[in-house]
Design a protein around this ligand. Sequence first.
Ligand code: EPU
Length: 424
Amino acid sequence: MARDCMRIIGGTALSGEVSVSGGKNTSVAAIPATLLADGPCVLENIPDIDDVHALIDILRSLGAQVSFDADRNVMKVDPTTVNTCVVSRENAQRLRASYYLMGALLGRLGEAEVPLPGGCPIGPRPIDQHLKAFRALGAEVDDEGGVVHMKAPELMGSLISFDIVTVGGTINAILAAAKAEGVTLIQNAAREPHVVDVANLINSMGGKVRGAGTAMIRITGQRHLRGTNYAVIPDQIETGTMMIAAAATHGDVTIHNCIPVHMESLTAKLLEVGVRVSAEDDVIRVWDNPRQAHRAVKVTTQAYPGFPTDLQQPFSALLTTASGVSKIEETIFEQRFRHLDELVRMGARVDVRDSVASIEGVPRLIGTSVTVTDLRAGAGLLVAGLMAEGETVILEPHFIDRGYDHVVEKLSGLGARISREVLE
Ligand code: EPU
């Protein structure tokens, strides 16, 4: 059977300029959010990735009219023709972010039937906090049999106090509360850039979401939200992946269309490793002395503004050749170390105890055949392949297609020897 792969001949220092696409995790929330509007919406800067295409199919299955110009990254959604609140199991399981249909449909129709979401296998990913938020807003919620049924003839503003910081839960609560009667307060809210972006999108529809970006968000629900034209923010994780790839290959890369302030936790770690980073307006440059070894560091993943779990995997690839022993503590997802087994096959020296990985730097990685297990594991293997001596064949690259827009073309543009191929 034919299998897709990415083939990399490693060892080239990346150099040149690259432009970052629109944010995946903001787009996958913004697209369902258009369902809250009473008129057509235009979203700009939407990346051409599989998760976006899955959402287009879901919105169409609900009766919305959707067009996507992937060359211009512009999506148009007319939600006025939505005629059902039921998402199929097959569609829901195509991506994690299908859970945003819960908040969006509840807000639009007062009713939703959405199976539990799919997404990357990175550990148990419950949605109890999302359901707690919907219940607080007055919805009757029944999640028997893997399908969440919700009904709320009228959503009522309320206090939602999250037991943990959850990005998806915070955004889902905003989506439903935007159309609830009265005021909702979200306590212990996630502060990620995409939470702020979704709040700005809803505000551009005439919504009233205040305090996004802090731990306390206040939403005054609106009976009507109008259609809007909104450009989503650049992808924080693609920016970080490019920064890490530049550093890991001892290159010199200038990254355009990014938001440097979103990258501060990574920038701090790159500086500790010994890499140089500068930033101005929407541009970041990462460059490195080819003869100087990187230094081992300690990293703990945290909610924003801490070090993002989504960058842990590509960053750990860089650390495989840093001199000394690096420690990575993964506090968000239990199974986000699966890429390390593949890095070991490339010569990395790794010891995992519970949620802490110790990585002892080796002089070099050696290319071999490796398999992607989830999206950011894929980013880790891309970085490792670029660093390694010889040829790396990355199997199951479809995980990477979920979230990286034209990554092969972008890395090729920086001088990487990378191609997408079909293995017979
Ligand atoms: N959690 C619960 N109950 C809930 C919700 C979350 O226990 O109801 C736990 C999770 O299991 C996890 C922690 O809380 O341990 C944080 O989860 P969160 O809800 O913040 O994550 P998520 O919404 O499932 C989003 C991104 C992830 C990203 C995380 C953390 C989307 C579609 N996904 O996931 O992105 O890693 O936030 O920043 O926005 C990726 O892009 O590769 C990716 C996995």
